[in-house]
Write a protein that binds this ligand. Structure first.
Ligand SMILES: Nc1ncnc2c1ncn2[C@@H]1O[C@H](COP(=O)(O)OP(=O)(O)O)[C@@H](O)[C@H]1O
Ligand SMILES: [Mg+2]
Length: 259
């Protein structure tokens, strides 16, 4: 009989045959005397939705900023789509970043631009070979995807929080990223709107074949989207497993999260 594999950090277990979109090994990052990440190792596999949980200030945003090298790690290695991000020159890093969609916690649309202009901006910068016709078609496609084509000529100030999140998602996905990094995609939204965003995260994976890290402390969002979950605690991976692993855990720190 095959032994039962317990998912523990560093043991890739049954997922071994899958390709890693992101592989993080021994990531250490601090600020001054504050140690935030103290040796984090985790993989994101191709096509997977991985939720990363952790209380506020546990270093979740720092972790994904290290992946795109908005922050430089103090130690450890990060491999993204087969490339060691630390050794890339600025051109290489620029090319790699084009393949990574980063949905910031704050949404980050340009307030002075219409929705159409907000979407056109990254397309012009990243997908330079597209004609105006192709750009228009792509913008229509992603706005249909998020169910907001009718908002194309609106200004961000005219949109609700949920709509802003959808448009931000459309803007991130318009350039066809391979990897999506969602930082607290449902924080600040009401439960119904949050559920709509979770559905959209799943639909985006299906339609655009993305591999995604979803940082969240919204249990409903994790349940709806995650194939696998990781909890960060005290700068380390504390638990890794499916939603059921977490839900059934008798560990105090995990239960505190799930109450
Ligand atoms: N650029 C920075 N400079 C200094 N400290 C930072 C920086 N970014 C994050 N921190 C600190 O690192 C810790 C983890 O932050 P963060 O990753 O944003 O937490 P969260 O898990 O809530 O996303 C916090 O104490 C925060 O103040
Ligand atoms: Mg954060």
């Amino acid at each position: 009989m095959a032994p039962v594999t317990q998912p523990v950090p560093g043991d890739r277990g049954p997922a071994d045959s899958r390709k890693e979109a992101v592989a993080i090994n021994g990531l250490v990052k601090g600020f001054g005397s504050q140690e935030v990440l103290k040796g984090v190792s985790l993989n994101l596999y191709e096509g997977e939705n991985l939720a990363i949980l952790g209380k506020s200030g546990s270093g979740k945003s720092v972790l994904i900023q290290c992946i795109v090298r908005l922050l430089d790690p103090d130690a450890g290695t990060i491999t993204v789509l087969g490339e060691n991000v630390e050794t890339l020159n600025s051109d290489g890093l620029g090319e790699l970043r084009k393949k990574i969609g980063f949905l910031f916690q704050s949404g980050a649309l340009y307030d002075s631009m219409t929705v159409r202009e907000n979407l056109e901006f990254p397309l012009r910068r990243i997908r330079r070979s597209l004609t105006q016709e192709q750009r228009d078609a792509k913008i229509k496609e992603v706005l249909d995807h998020v169910g907001l084509y009718e908002a194309i000529d609106k200004m961000p100030s005219q949109l609700s929080g949920g709509m802003l999140k959808r448009i931000s998602l459309a803007r991130t996905i318009v350039v066809d990223p391979v990897i999506m990094l969602y930082d607290e995609p449902t924080t600040g939204l009401d439960p119904v709107t949050s559920d709509e965003i979770s559905v959209l995260i799943n639909d985006s994976r299906k339609k655009y074949k993305t591999s995604s890290i979803i940082i969240t402390h919204d249990i409903a969002c994790a349940r709806a989207t995650a194939d696998r979950m990781i909890m960060l605690l005290d700068g380390k991976v504390y638990l890794e497993g499916t939603f059921e692993t977490f839900e059934n855990s008798t560990d105090g720190a995990i239960k505190a999260f799930f109450k």
